[in-house]
Design a protein around this ligand. Sequence first.
Ligand code: GUN
Length: 287
Amino acid sequence: MSAEIIDGKALSASFREQIAQEVAQFKAESQVVPHLTAILVGDDPASAVYVRNKERACEKAGIQSTLKRLPAETTEAELIDLVQQLNADPEVHGILVQLPLPKHINETAILDIVNPLKDVDAFHPENVGLIVQGRPRYLPCTPYGIQQMILSTKMETGGKHAVILGRSEIVGKPMAMLLIQRGVGADATVTICHSRTQNLKEIVRSADIIIAAIGQPEFVTADMVKPGAIVIDVGINRVDGKLVGDVAFESVKEVASAITPVPGGVGPMTIAMLLKNTLAAARILTG
Ligand code: GUN
């Protein structure tokens, strides 16, 4: 049996179409144009591509987007200054600071001063706390997109074992919070594995849902996957000029019931959820 390929591009396109309709309706009712401002510091080529994709998606959905490009030598104080200006600007609803930041800038210090109401990434501690308490304001874009992909498979997640590979603040930890919440597309039993986990292969083999977010090319192999599991690949690794995920796609697709490709899987869904959050921010700030 070959797995269903979860087409992130197609799913993202249908979400974006729906969001574009909601944006048009919101604009007509409020006379307000939802506005996302992204900050890109330095010239990391991968970050430049992500930010460009986000800008394009905003434009297509009728959301205004502004990119603030700053040189790699920007100081922490200068960046704080810019974030504070955007916090105070009533015409900016969403603020996205593209990560990673250059090493001389303390990421936490920056993310902590973003106005939580404009924090469409849901990285601010207030927003993280609300997620942990099961009353989220915004859901972090990648876990939110993954939850929608799992829902698209129609697999019942209640009581299932979800194993997350990776304990990052952006994916692993918030993903666990979403999956243990009560409700549809959640109610799972969650294990987070990381670089110090013992018996990792055995744990992954017991998973009904595998979420691979460790940044190691083709780490998850077919022998680690229970037949019928759903496999979500968050990895984006460049190997010999080619993009590969954290999952050995060709062999794992013969064992899994559903699997996401790289590219064209999780990435496009992350962007769709960012648009959703930006519209939500515009509603919150103007409501
Ligand atoms: N870098 C990698 N993923 C993300 C993301 O979801 N948001 C931001 N701001 N930066 C990132």
